[in-house]
Structure formats: structure tokens, C-alpha cells
Write a protein that binds this ligand. Structure first.
Ligand SMILES: O=c1ccn([C@@H]2O[C@H](COP(=O)(O)O)[C@@H](O)[C@H]2O)c(=O)[nH]1
Length: 239
């Protein structure tokens, strides 16, 4: 698959017009655009249809994390919006993920809808081992925790997980090559990590086996986003 098919651009802006201008400007470089909290809360659910109407797919990154009934109802609403992919927090537990996955499958069969990919968030890329241990009191380390949550998500019927590029090969080793890994925390060498703790370059992430790389500030906060994408493209030619 060409790398542009694996790129998801994070539309982390607060205005629908701005987001749609970015889709127009960068549409040649990506087929999937991510709608997260900022855009969804400010622009409303209609933004998903607006992006779809431009021929682009939407990853709805709302990281549902609640009791099984609540998450499942939100997931069914996301399916009806026409999203290509959405996510839930794996730490919401097995029952939540399983009920969500089963209900989405049932709805898609019943209403003949293309089933979106359901992705479980493992450990946020803004966390490192020290935060996991000292703040969350999880002392077995990020790799072990991500492995456990990935296997749990797979058992519950999810299509894949969100994890950092550092865990991709470990997840593929334990869950198999078809279990999707979506990786944020992507930084070209010339971009600062900002609040991200577990990062690599786009090239390294793809080499490790990422199915999708999510990029926001590494493109959108650059003076010339198209030039940034061209530079990343050049780097990819040697991936
Ligand atoms: O663990 C996670 C889960 C989600 N994200 C989201 O990805 C993008 C990354 O943006 P950058 O500007 O490229 O850092 C952002 O929308 C996050 O909400 C993540 O970073 N880490």
C-alpha cells in the first residue's frame, strides 16, 4: 500500500471552514482525515458528512470511555454518521468493547452499512513509563500494558489499536499482522515532540509495520504544510 494510503491527517482545528479548507489543500496526500474533540465539539457531527462529501474518509477520534451501554449507543450513532473508523478506550474493559463491537456488526448487517473499523486506544502517546508508574500506579511498564490491552481488544473483536510507534512490532508479534496498529506520536526529524513522549519519524513508524500513521502538528503547524508533506514524501521514497 503506498504510504499516502496510510497517512491520517489530524484536523485539530476549531472551525469547520478551516477544517474543510485543509481537506481541500491536502486532499492529494491523504484519503483519511481525523476528527477529534476540538473539531467535533466546535463544528458538530455535520463535519463528518461534509468531509465525506469531499470524497474523504473520517476517523472519528472521540475515544469513547464509559459503561458498555453508553459507549455502544455512541458507537451506533457514529456508524450512522458514516465514519470509516472510530475508537474506544481499551481500559473501559472487555464487556464494553465486546458489546460495542457486536452491536456495530449487527447494525451494519441489518442496515447494509459498511462496518467501520473499531480501534482501541491503549496507552496515550503523551505518557511515558514514569507517568504510568508514578501517576497511574501501573508499574509493569508501557510495553507490557500495551500488549495486555491489545490482546484484550482483539479478544473483544476490535479491528486494531492505537499505540505509539515503539510498540508496533510487539503488537504485530502478539496479535498477528492483520490486527491494525494506528500510530500517533509521529514527528519528522525537524519537528519538536511537543507534548508527545513516545515518538518516531514517519519513516521509522512505517518500517516498524504501522498500518496508519496519524499526523497533526508535524504538518499543519508548519509554515508551509504542503512543503512539509513533500519533504516527508521524499523521506518515504527510501522507506
Ligand atoms: O495516544 C494518542 C491517541 C491519539 N492522539 C491524537 O493524535 C493526534 C496527534 O497529533 P500531533 O499534532 O501529530 O501530535 C492528536 O489529534 C491526538 O489527539 C495522540 O496523539 N495520541
Amino acid at each position: 500500500m503506498p504510504w499516502k494510503e496510510k497517512l491520517i491527517i489530524a484536523l485539530d482545528v476549531s472551525d469547520a471552514r478551516h477544517a474543510l479548507n485543509i481537506v481541500d489543500m491536502l486532499g492529494d496526500y491523504a484519503s483519511v482525515f481525523k476528527v477529534g474533540f476540538e473539531l467535533f465539539v466546535s463544528a458538530g457531527p455535520g463535519i463528518v458528512k461534509d468531509i465525506n462529501n469531499k470524497g474523504k474518509k473520517v476517523f472519528l477520534d472521540l475515544k469513547f470511555h464509559d459503561i458498555p451501554n453508553t459507549v455502544t449507543k455512541a458507537a451506533l450513532a457514529a456508524v450512522r454518521l458514516g465514519v470509516y473508523m472510530f475508537n474506544v478506550h481499551t481500559s473501559g474493559g472487555y464487556d464494553m468493547m465486546k458489546r460495542c463491537s457486536d452491536s456495530v456488526s449487527e447494525l451494519c448487517i441489518k442496515e447494509n452499512i459498511q462496518k467501520p473499523k473499531i480501534i482501541g486506544v491503549t496507552v496515550l502517546t503523551s505518557l511515558d513509563n514514569s507517568a504510568l508508574k508514578n501517576e497511574l500506579f501501573i508499574s509493569h511498564g508501557i510495553k507490557t500494558h500495551v500488549r495486555h490491552l491489545s490482546l484484550l481488544a482483539q479478544k473483544a473483536g476490535l479491528d486494531g489499536v492505537v499505540a505509539s510507534p515503539h510498540e508496533i512490532s510487539m503488537i504485530k508479534q502478539h496479535c498477528g499482522k492483520d490486527f491494525l496498529v494506528v500510530t500517533p506520536g509521529i514527528r519528522p526529524s525537524w519537528v519538536a515532540p511537543d507534548d508527545q513522549k513516545r515518538t518516531t519519524t514517519p519513516k521509522e513508524a512505517l518500517k516498524s509495520g504501522a498500518d496508519y500513521i496519524v499526523m497533526g502538528r508535524g504538518i499543519l503547524k508548519q509554515e508551509d504544510p504542503i512543503k512539509a508533506l513533500e519533504l516527508i514524501s521524499l523521506e518515504m521514497l527510501t522507506a
